[in-house]
Write a protein that binds this ligand. Structure first.
Ligand SMILES: C[S@@+](CC[C@H](N)C(=O)[O-])C[C@H]1O[C@@H](n2cnc3c(N)ncnc32)[C@H](O)[C@@H]1O
Length: 841
């Protein structure tokens, strides 16, 4: 095809960007496909007048091109160009057009006559399409390159800066289509690169190198005159140290996709074959009683990986007792995460000192803690017990423990020769410098038995750093600088442990408030830190009820996977569930759920009767920590929850696959005081009953409680009122929670760590008591074989704090799949095998 040259003029901007509200359309259409009954779309989003790359669906608009800057005209390159006969834009010199037949195959929609058409915009789920209606700009012809003002040649697949608002940094794109529209204007299709600021990381972009950009799958059509200049963007593999050796304008080693805020290596790693990946180790930080790691290990095992909780850390002495009992294979440490990190660093030094691990600067550790590598043992090995001054000399029999001392510094636990266990003491390591051999024995043995993890020696770190600073109940929340002060420090500690150990995978859990508080500041920080450490990340919200519990309980989860690993997906629900709670603004695309028009047959939702009916009747003052079952299981849930550990990990031919637990543990309630017990006894045994059913209360038109002036206030034997004042004033009199009785056909919103019936619904449907520890544990999916330790209140705390076991189990399966390299493609979600975790349930 021939074209003729045309003179160019530079009067005014030639092109106006088509008012493509595409970002908005993408956003809205995707929302309509999610199962989000409580969706909130902020008005600001819809009205967004300026373009900002959508990071978490927050601001979606399109480029503005009215002030396009022109590059000064310079000599034409000698490329024998042809100039388009475009009447409207004389400034573009174009190459020979792409053959019409080829262009029609590559961009068919540009050549169709119909004005409106459905196009695939964001492929997100297998066999699913996000579909949008949009105005397609028709093409006259397509080109492989175009020369602007005779000075810059833009080829297909070139990277370029695109004009943004004046004060903002220019946008960055890859040019994936160049064409002349039917209106004679020149257009290109951009595939956008995101700066860290444009991703979910947002204001934490200071964590990320300025030159690092992320390739999105967001594409749209723009007028050619918003192009500013060409760029050299290095597309490089994601590595652990993120080395960039060549000069470039930017570099890119990860993609960014809006669904589940996914930051992933451009190419999935060619990781090891499944046969090589049968075993894995787990560190459970902030382990509580160990629910999260219990579930993760079960799920991983169901996918074929023997994941073992090798180490666990928590400050709560009772929680630690529980995890120790249930996980005899675990090195459980009752200390803070910060002390643990200190210890890990010292342990590494000790291992270098004793030449157990290599280190480039091992010289540095030769005289560690006053111990010299040159042996300085007692000369004759005599076991004299008297010192020169006649005082007794104590001799170290054995070193048996290691920790950070209360006043700092490394301490070792010493067993003294000729003294019993009761005389064991913790000693500063510096004071034991002449016992190098004994210390060596301990360290060598500890190294062989893995008493502490070393960098690179941990496959998975899981845990939910407590962030008290985000609780809605905390009046002293620091919304401006959430990481200042000590309330949210554990998030920093958690990331420091990850940074030190460099596990293959990270799974962080937290309350959904982490996404709500200060615009998701802490969640964004967590992603930023992981990406800074070159982890791939994906975050989602999961409802426990969707995995077979009579509890809604939504939690936030963040995956991290090292560059060499596949990024785990999120497991789609197995069970129907009643949805509750708002989706945090800007995180609509992070809900792990089926789409509204999916016709998946989920298992029936689980309700209280499924969970509780086989348990013995117990009274308010029941104290026994163990008792026999007095009934057979009555529902599939009860059958499943009564299985032993082996029974829950079935292999069809295994004789143990249906073995059941035969002792019922922890089926005792918080023993209510006399007043509360009398109150509970007064609550009728019917659905929805609560303190409002007691004499003397009326409910006004605003659903607020008032005292009934016709009924005198009722008093208990103690002279305290039957209805306490706090029940009447709770949530300004609107709440139905005080002394609320659960009912058989219900699910509970969230099991919490308190059992007092004062401000949440926890009274048994037909017994006069609150739910027992075991009943709460079942609502959280703890197997019946899982025992809890400590005073009753502490047991409730452990259960209430836990990650629901079925959720962790489903995530464990996802982890196992990724670990074995079974995940492929970019789908953030996957379907658990049918009948997961056990076909009978
Ligand atoms: C939400 S709970 C963890 C629940 C656990 N993931 C489970 O599934 O059972 C948080 C735990 O962090 C512990 N904790 C709080 N501060 C800590 C710290 N500085 N270091 C270690 N553990 C801490 C608490 O004792 C509590 O058990």
């Amino acid at each position: 095809m021939k074209t003729k040259k045309k003179t160019k003029s530079f009067s005014a901007p030639f092109f106006k960007i088509p008012p493509a509200r595409k970002w908005l359309y993408i956003f809205l259409s995707s929302l309509s496909f999610r199962l989000l009954p409580f969706l909130q779309i902020s008005q600001a989003l819809i009205m967004a007048p300026k373009r900002k790359l959508p990071s978490t669906d927050d601001e979606i608009s399109c480029p503005t091109s009215t002030t396009a800057k022109r590059i000064p005209k310079s000599l034409l390159e000698v490329i024998e160009p042809v100039v388009i006969d475009s009447e409207k834009d004389p400034s573009w010199i174009l190459d020979e057009p792409i053959a019409d037949s080829e262009a029609r195959v590559n961009w068919p929609e540009r050549y169709q006559l119909i004005e409106k058409k459905e196009v695939e915009v964001l492929p997100m789920k297998k066999n699913k399409k996000y579909v949008e209606e949009e105005e397609i700009i028709r093409a006259r012809r397509h080109f492989r390159r175009a020369i602007l003002d005779g000075s810059i040649t833009y080829n297909l697949n070139d990277d370029a800066h695109v004009q943004s608002d004046e004060e903002e940094k220019p946008f960055i794109c890859k040019i994936i289509e160049i064409f002349e529209g039917s209106d004679g204007k020149m257009y290109f299709t951009a595939q956008w690169f995101y700066r860290a600021f444009d991703t979910v990381i947002q204001n934490h972009d200071d964590l990320i190198d300025d030159k690092r950009v992320f390739l999105s799958d967001i594409k749209d059509t723009n007028s050619m005159d918003v192009l500013l200049n060409k760029l050299n963007i290095l597309m490089i593999p994601l590595t652990e140290n993120n080395e960039v050796t060549e000069t470039c304008d930017y570099y890119c080693n990860m993609s960014y996709r809006l669904p589940f805020s996914t930051l992933e290596a451009l190419q999935p790693s060619q990781c090891v074959t499944p046969e090589q990946r049968t075993d894995a180790t787990l560190l459970d930080l902030y382990c509580g009683c160990g629910a999260m790691s219990t579930g993760l290990c079960m799920g991983a095992q169901l996918s074929g990986v023997k994941l073992v909780t090798k180490w666990a850390v928590d400050t709560n002495q009772y929680a630690v007792q529980s995890i120790k009992y249930n996980h005899p294979e675990t090195e459980v440490r009752n200390e803070s995460a910060e002390d643990f990190l200190f210890l890990l660093k010292e342990w590494e030094k000790l291992c270098i000192h004793f030449s157990l691990i290599e280190c480039a600067d091992s010289e540095k550790y030769k005289n560690l803690y006053g111990m010299s590598v040159v042996e300085e043992e007692a000369e004759d090995g005599s076991d004299e017990t008297d010192g020169e001054d006649g005082g007794e000399i104590f001799e170290v029999e054995k070193v048996i423990g290691i920790k950070k001392g209360e006043e700092g510094g490394l301490h070792l636990k010493v067993q003294w020769k000729n003294y019993g266990d009761s005389h064991d003491t913790w000693e500063p390591i510096e004071g034991l410098s002449n016992c190098r051999e004994k210390i060596k024995e301990f360290v060598v043995h500890g190294y062989k038995t893995n008493i502490l993890p070393l960098p690179g020696g941990v496959d998975v770190v899981c845990g939910g750093p407590p962030c008290q600073g985000i609780s809605g109940f905390n009046r002293f929340r620091n919304t401006k600088e959430p990481l200042k002060g000590d309330k949210n420090q554990q998030l920093l500690e958690y990331m420091k442990v990850v940074d030190f150990l460099k596990p293959k995978y990270v799974l962080m859990e937290n309350v959904v408030d982490m996404l709500k508080f200060a615009g998701g500041f802490l969640a964004r920080y967590a992603v930023g830190r992981l990406v800074q450490m070159n982890y791939q990340t994906r975050m989602g919200m999961m409802a426990a009820g969707s995995y077979g519990l009579a509890q809604f309980r939504r939690r936030f989860f963040l995956w991290g996977a090292r560059s060499s690993e596949r990024l785990p997906q999120f497991p789609l629900p197995t069970h129907d569930v009643v949805n509750r709670g708002n989706v945090p603004v800007n995180f609509d695309r992070n809900v792990v759920a089926y789409e509204v028009n999916d016709t998946v047959k989920l298992a029936e939702k689980i309700v209280l009767s499924d969970v509780l009916t086989d348990l013995p009747v117990v009274a308010n003052n029941e104290r026994r920590a163990e008792m026999p079952y007095d009934k057979d299981p009555e529902t599939p849930f009860q059958q499943f929850i009564r299985l032993t550990h082996d029974g829950m990990l079935p292999s069809p031919n295994d004789s143990k696959s249906n073995s059941t637990n035969d002792v019922l543990y922890d089926h005792h309630p918080l023993n209510l005081n006399k007043d509360d017990y009398q109150r509970v006894c007064s609550i009728p045994k019917k659905k929805g009953a609560n303190f409002r059913d007691l004499p003397g209360v009326t409910v006004n038109g605003d659903n607020k409680v008032e005292w009934d002036p016709n009924i005198p206030r009722v008093y208990l034997e103690s002279n305290n009122p039957l209805i306490p004042d706090y029940a009447m004033t709770y949530v300004r009199g609107t709440s139905t929670k005080p002394f609320g009785r659960l009912w058989w056909d219900e699910t509970v919103p969230t099991v919490i760590g308190r059992a007092e019936p004062h401000n949440h619904v926890i009274i048994h449907p037909n017994q006069d008591r609150v739910l027992t520890v075991r009943e709460n544990a079942r609502l959280q999916g703890f197997p019946d074989y899982y025992r809890l330790f400590g005073p009753t209140k502490q047991k409730y705390i452990q259960v209430g704090n836990a990650v629901a076991v079925p959720v962790a189990r489903a995530l464990g399966y996802a982890l196992g799949q990724a670990f074995q390299g079974h995940t492929s493609g970019t789908d953030p979600l996957f379907t658990l095998p049918s009948g997961f975790p056990k076909p009978t349930f």
